[in-house]
Design a binder for this molecule. Structure first.
Ligand SMILES: Nc1ncnc2c1ncn2[C@@H]1O[C@H](COP(=O)(O)OP(=O)(O)OP(=O)(O)O)[C@@H](O)[C@H]1O
Ligand SMILES: O=C(O)C[C@@H](O)[C@H](O)C(=O)CO
Length: 334
């Protein structure tokens, strides 16, 4: 992928910065859990930390609450080297989103989100500045930012500013049911961003939601062709524990099986995947290698208690070598 040169930032992410509370006394219903560990959360926030740990220079556009938890996430970002100059505080008492993870067993987990009057959805078009967007090589839009106004307009404004300033658009569909009002809205807004994106990443279910008003029941091949025809260069479709496939505008297709690990939770894999895949693209790795990196980091993250303590490049490389030595190649050219 060709990125503009001489830009201060590699990537700006737009969407939620939130807080996760994951039970320490897991393998029982949330109702019974008494002790929780606090982490930075929110899928795009996790990815910002992930790419920064790979050495990319990231910035973020978001609103957070004007309270101790707003301070907490901002300070963590600063420590990770993420530019917070465009992370602004809410003024009407809106609170940062909270997510409690229920880990019933290694195979069964879910998230419970507290997002009424969520701070991140208060991001408005006035918070999105062209001068900032054009400092970056790419912009990642998290689909949840499209769930409600004014965040929806802020995200679309950022997308148009990115387009006119030669900033590559990465769309992480990132569906969270909680903030949406109707399936029609999901399809309308997701498809606007997908039509303008250079890279689209999502699960099969997320692509189905995106395409609902256009054409239902597409195969992965039909999905990839449609979005590549409308301008995307890379389409990644994830199938959870069954693996993932990347399609490229030159007509190639690569599939990868998940790296075998003993998962602790079903969440966090997607953010690990995105962090490593994006890093690979920036480093100019072949798509197969990006896929391998993404799948490896995803597997490392489903083992972890936290979704924001992502590994650095060396840790991912070591994990890949160790796993291949034990199990052989994971990649398959389809
Ligand atoms: N049990 C597992 N073992 C190894 N890898 C896994 C496992 N579960 C998921 N993954 C990896 O994580 C990737 C992303 O998972 P998934 O398809 O659930 O995406 P997602 O819905 O975006 O994730 P998230 O719930 O983190 O937002 C998968 O493509 C796979 O590579
Ligand atoms: O995405 C969220 O808002 C919550 C996450 O931080 C959570 O831990 C998760 O689901 C990771 O994908």
């Amino acid at each position: 992928m060709d990125f503009a040169v001489d830009r201060e930032l590699d990537i700006i992410l737009l969407g939620r910065i939130a807080v996760d509370f994951n039970p320490v006394d897991y393998f029982q219903p949330l109702e019974e859990c008494t002790t929780f560990k606090k982490y930075v959360g929110g899928s795009p926030a996790n990815i910002a930390i992930g790419v920064s740990r790979h050495g990319l220079k990231a910035g973020f556009i978001a609103r957070v609450s004007d309270d101790q938890l707003g301070d907490y996430v901002t300070h963590v970002f600063e420590k990770e080297g993420i530019d917070v100059s465009n992370v602004v505080r809410c003024t009407q008492g809106e609170k940062i989103g909270l997510t409690f993870t229920e880990i019933l067993s290694r195979d069964e987990s879910s998230i419970l989100m507290y997002r009424n009057m969520a701070a991140d959805l208060q991001l408005g078009p006035e918070d999105v500045n062209e001068e900032y967007i054009k400092k970056s090589k790419s912009l990642l839009i998290s689909g949840t930012a499209l769930a409600q106004s004014p965040s929806r307009e802020a995200a679309l404004k950022a997308m148009y500013l990115a387009k006119r300033n030669n900033v590559r658009i990465i769309f992480d569909i990132d569906y969270r049911s909680y903030s949406w009002k109707s399936e029609d809205e999901i399809s309308i807004y997701y498809s606007i961003v997908a039509q303008n994106a250079d890279i689209i990443m999502g699960s099969r279910e997320e692509f189905n939601l995106t395409e609902r008003l256009i054409e239902q029941n597409r195969t992965d091949e039909q999905t990839a062709k449609a979005w590549i025809d409308s301008g995307a260069q890379i389409v990644v479709i994830k199938h959870g524990k069954s693996g993932s496939t990347a399609f490229t505008s030159d007509g190639n297709k690569f599939g990868i099986k998940p790296f075998p690990v003993e998962a602790l939770k079903g969440f966090g894999g997607g953010d690990g995947y995105a962090s490593a895949f994006i890093y690979g693209i920036f480093k100019g790795m072949d798509i197969e290698k990006c896929l391998e990196f993404g799948s490896a980091e995803a597997a490392m993250m489903v083992r972890e208690h936290s979704s924001s303590d992502l590994p650095n490049t060396k840790a991912v490389e070591d994990f890949i070598s160790e796993t291949k030595a034990k199990y052989g190649e994971m990649i398959a050219k389809a």
